[in-house]
Design a protein around this ligand. Structure first.
Ligand code: BGC
Length: 724
């Protein structure tokens, strides 16, 4: 990729100031430029300008991968070239040098601060490498005086034309260059303020009406004076008194500071992002105070550039808002990698969260490329013993091996295969799957089960004492052994698709089910019941599902599940004749439920069932994100059961579809639309004058199930009527 280009960095340490690498060059001898491309990557995140024009629209390039590989972006720059050219590539700390995660000790933080950002780039004109990074480049201090992912950015627009200094060629990162594999990160939505609030504490706060991930743009008027300073803090929520609240950001300062030059200008951060709905003006120049703030501030959402593929709508406005919240949760957390949350000092690629949400993710957006990249990193980061890291890319020094988190290694690729029908993902990930189940086999204390180890359990479930513990009473060995069976099953199915020998895994699988049944003959919590049915572990699934239904009703028709049990809860109920109870849970508005946060004004999915408690108090600051997609996994039940749009394993990628809606009169009507590689599938059911009407559109042959009737239909649109 780089024949002669060298890594370059400033020849002195710039501290927090972001370096801007500069190259001036002439093209007098080149002749006609038919095609010019520039290939760039960085230790840090970069932004390139050629002759004053931004090169490409990639935000936070080169993105975040395992340290073992580094994506390089190639841009066509034919139209941007002139005879005399100035190329400026500014570099921020990004994921490479920002202190990540937020709980690094002082030595680790210092080590990060001492890292120097650098770049490697070349320009090929008509296929010939013409310009390349080397010692002839120069570097200067940019107006970005500070930029870190958690703490925000400080930009001083009064600083211009700082001295050009020498650069130094250096060894750069010990890594493998790869072309861009994931979706690029882009600016997606622009939102104008919906309200300017003065809080009881007299804070001036701008409400953008939507919790999102990205940043704000300032559009400043002529009256702006040189040296005027604007400082903004961000928050996802206001507290119960209506005051600005961001204690839940923990160590992430999330501050934006802009020192203005004189006159009309606009600014948006270059190398950071925030998770926010509200912006508080901590400092704002007097002379701009009379301006209309709504003209000055715009919020910009930033995430991976995925195509939207799924839409849900119903007669229930709260449920519709929940669907929107699920989509915004995905937008806010699919920023190159699937993160747990975008605001506090974490923002990591937690495997468990991704596993829980992957099915919903595939309905809402085309995430094939997105997961192909992240899963490649998962495989690269996997430890030699097969343990899967808790976070991908590994930012936690090798911490690995939790059940239901590590199982992302099997669950995610299998789901991507089912939805998009591309065997390549299975071929890419098969070794990783085998290593994961081998890891379990070799680390358990009892054969055929997964006993022992350290696990997160049914994270944030409600079947625990009220002492604020994150963990649940669902047995960890139970969860671990159940997911072991599930991962074995997926590994076997994958092996079969790929034409591999699967006998050993099948032997393990049969024994694992047997051992599970002997070890865990009874089930305690809601989640234990759910897993026993979902993973075919119960020898009497009807009875177990009935027991689950009874238990939920005894619990006050309330769910108690956490990250592990929640995604499957409604599926297990509806599969065994308890769809009415599934709808009761879905439509419940009181705490705990999916709609409860909506009644509290949520515009994304909360981390906890009660991130804001019924009395308006906030949950503990140590773990309280208002943009955590995990519980949004309920949307996959709405798409695949309530609306009934299901993949068929033998026809992956919706080459054929099963449409088996399960309506409920309390909802009135529901419609779902899904763009697949084969065309649009849509389903709408509605209760009309005592009857049920179904409108179905399928671009492929479909197995339609209406009530207890099965129909095999060719592609086309169909209407069915059913007596209630
Ligand atoms: C994250 C979770 C994650 C968990 C591990 C938390 O800090 O935000 O979503 O899965 O740690 O259990």
């Amino acid at each position: 990729m780089y024949k002669n280009a060298k890594w370059i960095k400033p020849s002195r340490h710039f501290g927090d100031v972001c370096p801007a690498f500069v190259k001036k060059f002439e093209l007098a001898d080149v002749g006609i430029v038919n095609q010019a491309t520039m290939t760039v990557t960085a230790a840090g995140v970069y932004e390139a300008y050629l002759n004053g024009n931004r090169v490409g629209d990639y935000i936070l390039a080169p993105g975040w991968t395992s340290a073992k590989r580094l994506q390089c972006q190639e841009y066509t720059i034919t139209e941007l070239l002139q005879e005399n050219n100035t190329l400026i590539i500014t570099v921020g700390k990004g994921w490479y040098a920002s202190p990540i995660p937020g709980w690094l000790n002082d030595d680790e933080k210092l080590a990060r601060q001492n890292l120097t950002c650098g770049i490697i780039a070349n320009i090929a004109i008509n296929g010939i490498e013409t310009i390349k990074t080397d010692a002839t480049w120069r570097v200067q201090e940019s107006p970005v005086r500070f930029s870190e992912l958690y703490d925000g950015e400080y930009y001083d627009a009064t600083i211009a034309n700082t001295a050009l200094e020498p650069v130094q060629e250096y060894a750069g990162l010990e890594t493998k260059f790869v072309p861009q594999q994931g979706e690029k990160i882009c600016e997606i939505d622009r939102l104008i303020p919906c309200e300017i609030i003065t809080t009881p504490k007299n804070e001036r706060v701008i409400d953008f009406g939507q919790n999102l991930t990205g940043y704000i743009q300032l559009n400043l008027p002529k009256s702006t004076k040189n040296g005027d300073k604007i400082q903004v803090s961000f928050a996802e929520v206001l507290d119960k008194d209506g005051n600005f609240y961001n204690a839940n950001y923990r160590g992430a300062k999330s501050l934006l500071t802009y020192v203005c030059c004189g006159g009309e200008q606009s600014y948006k951060p270059k190398f950071t992002f925030f998770g926010f709905r509200y912006a508080r003006l901590d400092e704002f120049p007097e002379n701009l105070a009379t301006e209309n703030l709504a003209d000055i501030f715009t919020a910009i959402s930033v995430h991976s550039d995925m195509n939207r593929t799924g839409w849900l709508e119903s007669a229930n406005p709260l449920l519709n808002r929940l669907f929107e919240n699920v989509v915004w949760g995905q937008k806010g957390n699919f920023l190159d990698i699937p993160t747990d949350c975008p605001q506090r000092d974490e923002r990591l690629g937690w495997t468990g969260d991704a596993q829980v949400f992957v099915k919903t993710a595939t309905y809402n957006f085309d995430v094939e490329k997105f997961f192909t990249k992240w899963l490649a990193d998962l495989a690269l980061e996997q430890l030699p013993n097969g343990a899967v890291q808790h976070v991908i890319p590994d930012a936690m020094n090798g911490a690995a091996g939790s059940a239901a988190w590590g199982d992302a290694a099997t669950i995610c690729p299998w789901q991507i295969y089912l939805t998009y029908g591309n065997k390549a993902i299975l071929a890419n990930q098969y070794d990783s799957m085998c290593k994961w189940v081998h890891f379990i086999k070799t680390s358990t204390k009892e054969q055929f089960l997964w006993i022992g180890g350290t696990h997160y359990g049914d994270w944030l479930s409600l079947d625990k004492s009220e002492d604020g513990a994150h963990n649940s009473t669902t047995r960890h060995d139970f969860i671990a052994s159940a997911f072991y069976v599930h991962s074995l099953e997926i590994t076997i199915k994958t092996g079969k698709v790929l034409g591999k020998k699967t006998v050993k895994h099948e032997h393990l699988h049969q024994n694992a089910i047997k051992a599970f049944r002997e070890k865990f003959p009874t089930y305690n919590t809601q989640t234990e019941h759910v897993l026993a049915v979902q993973f075919n572990l119960s020898d009497n699934p009807q009875q177990t599902a009935d027991d689950l239904a009874k238990k939920i009703i005894q619990d006050g028709s309330q769910l108690k599940t956490g990250f592990v049990g929640t995604p499957y809860l409604l599926h297990v109920l509806s599969r065994y004749g308890h769809a009415d109870l599934a709808y009761t849970l879905l439509l419940r508005e009181e705490y705990p439920s999916w709609l409860y946060p909506v009644t509290k004004g949520a515009t994304t999915i909360w981390e906890r069932w009660d991130s804001i408690k019924p009395n308006g108090d906030m949950q503990t600051t140590d773990m309280n994100s208002f943009n955590h997609y995990a519980y949004g996994a309920v949307a996959d039940w709405v798409y695949s059961v309530a609306a009934g749009i299901q993949t068929i394993e033998d026809f992956p990628g919706f080459a054929k579809v099963r449409i088996a809606p399960q309506p409920d009169e309390r909802l009135g009507w529901l419609s779902a639309k899904l763009e697949t590689k084969h065309g649009t599938i849509s389903v709408k059911w509605q209760y009309i004058s005592g009857k049920l009407r179904y409108d179905i559109l399928t671009p492929v042959p479909a197995e339609v199930v209406i009530g207890k009737q099965n129909y095999s239909v060719e592609k086309g649109s169909y209407t069915f009527w059913q007596a209630k």
